[in-house]
Design a protein around this ligand. Structure first.
Ligand SMILES: *Cc1c(COP(=O)(O)O)cnc(C)c1O
Length: 430
C-alpha cells in the first residue's frame, strides 16, 4: 500500500503537494511517506501475530536515519550487513539486542564492533566465518551468539541477481551439511548457538516458494533444536511489492486486485507459513526490506529536453542511473507519472537520464502523456534499493531525502554540494 495520489490534479504524498517539495528542495529528490512505512509494518506485524515473532527491517533496503527511527519507534528490530549499518541503527536509537548481523564477508573489525555492542545474533554463512567469530569473541573474553544460514535450494522465481536460495548461489550452507556445521559450532568455546536462518531471495510475488522453504527446513530445525537447543528461526525477507498500476485504480489497496502470481499480501504470506512455523515452538524472526519501504518512496525529477529521433522519442530528465540503478541493474520496472495530472494523448517514449551510458534509462517504450521541458515527474516505488544504491558517478551530487508525515515535511538528508564531491581527496603537492 502507499499514500501517493492525485488531489485536484496534483500528485500528493500524504497531505503534501509534491510540487511544493520540488520547489523547496529542487529535483531530483527522494520523497518518503512515513505513514506508508508505518502502515506496512503494522499490517505485516498483525498478520504474523499468531507467531512469537520479531520483524527485523533489512537496513540495506533503505538506511536513512529518519526511516530507521520510524521503524525503531514501532518496535522493529533490524537486519544489518555491515559495521556501517550497525552504526546507523544505533544512531537511530535502536537496540543492538534486536539486531541480526548477516553477510558472507564479515571482517574482524565488524565482528568485534558487533560483539561489543551486543547484537542478538550473527547469521553465519561459512565454517571459516564460525572460526573467525569464535577467535574474535575469545580475544574479547566473550561468547558470540550465532545462527547458521541454511540454503534450502528453493527456486524463488525472481530475477537471477536477487535469487539467493539456490545451491549455486554464494549464500549459506547446504541443507545436508548443516548438522555437521552445527556440531563444529557447538565444539567452539566462544560461540553460543542461538538460532537458524534462511533467506531465499527478494521480490518474491508468490507464497509457494516461502511455504516450500519452510517445509524443507522444518525437519532440520527440529533436529538442530533437539541437538543444540535453539531460541529462534530467522525466516529471512523477500516479500515482493507491486511496481506497476500503482496509481491507476485510485485505491491505496490497488494491489489486492492484482492477478495471482503478480502480487502477494502479508496475509497470503502469513497463511502459507504459519501452519508450518508455529508448531516448531520457536521465536520466528523476519527480515523484510522492500515490503516495508519500497512503495513508500518516489524519486522526483524534472524534464530537461525532449529529443525526437526517427526511431524514438527520448524524454531526458535530471535524475539518472546513479540516483536509481534498479532499471539498469535488475531490469527493474517503475511506474512514472507526471506531478500534474495530464489528459493529453499518450505516446511511447524512453525516459532517460543525462549519464553517458546506454543503460541510463528509467523506462523504455513507455506510454506516457506529452511531456515538455520543465514538467515534473515522479518515479514511483523507489523507496527500497533506491537512494542506498546511489553513487557519485559522473560527479553527480547525492540527492536529498525528504520525509513526509501527514502534512509535515522533514529534510532527512540534504543534497550534496560540489565541495562534498571532493571531500577527502588531496591535490598533488606543488
Ligand atoms: C536482502 C536481504 C533481505 C531483505 O530482502 P527484501 O527482499 O528487501 O525483503 C533480508 N535478509 C537477507 C539475508 C538479505 O540478504
Amino acid at each position: 500500500m502507499h499514500l501517493f495520489s492525485y488531489v485536484d490534479g496534483s500528485l500528493h504524498c500524504e497531505g503534501v503537494k509534491l510540487d511544493e517539495i520540488a520547489d523547496r528542495f529542487g529535483t531530483p529528490a527522494y520523497v518518503y511517506s512515513a505513514n506508508t512505512i508505518r502502515e506496512n509494518y503494522r499490517r505485516l506485524d498483525t498478520a504474523l501475530a499468531p507467531l512469537d515473532h520479531l520483524v527485523c527491517f533489512a537496513v540495506k533496503a533503505n538506511s536513512n536515519l529518519a526511516v530507521l527511527q520510524i521503524l525503531a519507534r514501532l518496535g522493529s528490530g533490524f537486519d544489518i550487513v555491515s559495521g556501517g549499518e550497525l552504526f546507523r541503527v544505533l544512531k537511530a536509537g535502536a537496540r543492538a539486542d534486536r539486531c541480526t548481523f548477516a553477510g558472507v564477508g564479515k571482517t574482524r573489525e565488524e565482528i568485534a564492533y558487533a560483539l561489543r555492542e551486543g547484537v542478538y545474533s550473527f547469521n553465519v554463512e561459512s565454517e571459516g566465518e564460525l572460526e573467525r567469530i569464535n577467535e574474535v569473541a575469545g580475544s574479547l573474553g566473550m561468547k558470540a551468539p550465532i545462527a547458521i544460514r541454511v540454503n534450502p535450494n528453493v527456486d524463488a522465481k525472481t530475477h537471477k541477481f536477487i535469487s539467493t536460495g539456490k545451491s549455486k548461489n554464494k549464500f549459506g550452507i547446504g541443507l545436508d551439511r548443516a548438522p555437521e556445521v552445527y556440531k563444529v559450532a557447538a565444539s567452539l568455546a566462544h560461540l553460543k548457538i542461538r538460532g537458524i536462518q534462511t533467506h531465499i531471495g527478494s521480490q518474491i510475488l508468490e507464497a509457494a516458494p516461502f511455504a516450500e522453504a519452510a517445509q524443507k527446513l522444518a525437519d532440520l530445525v527440529k533436529q538442530i533444536h533437539a541437538e543444540h537447543g535453539l531460541e529462534f528461526f530467522d525466516f529471512g525477507g523477500g516479500i515482493g511489492i507491486v511496481y506497476d498500476e500503482a496509481l491507476k485504480s485510485g485505491s491505496p489497496d490497488w494491489w489486492l486486485a492484482q492477478k495471482p502470481g503478480t502480487r502477494i499480501t502479508p496475509e497470503d504470506y502469513a497463511a502459507a507459513i504459519i501452519p508450518i512455523l508455529k508448531p516448531l515452538g520457536l521465536r520466528i524472526l523476519f527480515e523484510p526490506g522492500r515490503f516495508l519501504v519500497g512503495n513508500a518512496g518516489a524519486l522526483l525529477s524534472t524534464v530537461q529536453y525532449v529529443k525526437e529521433t526517427p526511431a524514438k522519442t527520448f524524454t531526458i530528465v535530471d535524475a539518472a542511473m546513479n540516483d536509481l540503478i534498479r532499471p539498469a541493474l535488475y531490469e527493474g520496472w517503475h511506474e512514472i507519472v507526471p506531478l500534474t495530472e495530464s489528459a493529453g494523448a499518450i505516446k511511447p517514449m524512453d525516459v532517460v537520464g543525462p549519464v553517458c551510458e546506454s543503460g541510463d534509462f528509467f523506462a523504455q517504450d513507455r506510454e506516457l502523456p506529452p511531456l515538455h521541458p520543465g514538467d515534473r515527474l515522479a518515479i514511483l516505488s523507489s523507496g527500497a534499493y533506491g537512494f542506498v544504491m546511489s553513487s557519485n558517478y559522473n560527479s553527480r551530487p547525492l540527492l536529498p531525502e525528504v520525509l513526509v508525515d501527514g502534512t509535515e515535511i522533514h529534510l532527512a538528508r540534504s543534497r550534496q554540494t560540489h565541495d562534498d564531491l571532493v571531500r577527502g581527496e588531496a591535490l598533488l603537492p606543488v
